[in-house]
Write a protein that binds this ligand. Sequence first.
Ligand SMILES: [Zn+2]
Length: 171
Amino acid sequence: MAIRQIITAPDTRLRQVSKPVAQVDDGLRALMDDMLETMYEAPGIGLAAIQIGEPLRVIVMDLAGEDEEPSPRYFVNPEILDPSEDTCVYEEGCLSVPEFYDEVERPAKCRVKYLDYKGNEQLLEAEGLLATCVQHEMDHLEGVLFIDHLSRLKRERVLKKLKKEQRLAAE
Ligand SMILES: [Zn+2]
């Protein structure tokens, strides 16, 4: 396993639409292992493959609390079904938008159809933080960031700040 570099906004690679995975094989499992390790190290609770520069429809996640056993989840080619009409609001953050958090409203519940680590088809009923996290990561597969759900003013402000920090870091 290896820790990979996480791409941060406004890097245009984050705007790519990720491609479906043809087969869950050892190569893909190696990528998922790297993604999980990278996410734990960051630390974060979810990571999409495009965040480490791989435009594939793959997500890893772990919502276990600090005192709980790790409980990694892997989603290959995920699809969201039946998003609920009722919504909930969570304060979201993103490893690709460091040190910025804001509230986003999303459907409170949904179902997720996906292939797991072994390539078996699964259907998950998600609500609460899990539903929010799945939808946040699914957005990455379409090239969408959580800041896209905020006002243009807020989005431009955070992108400008990140650009400036990246410029300073490069000097
Ligand atoms: Zn994110």
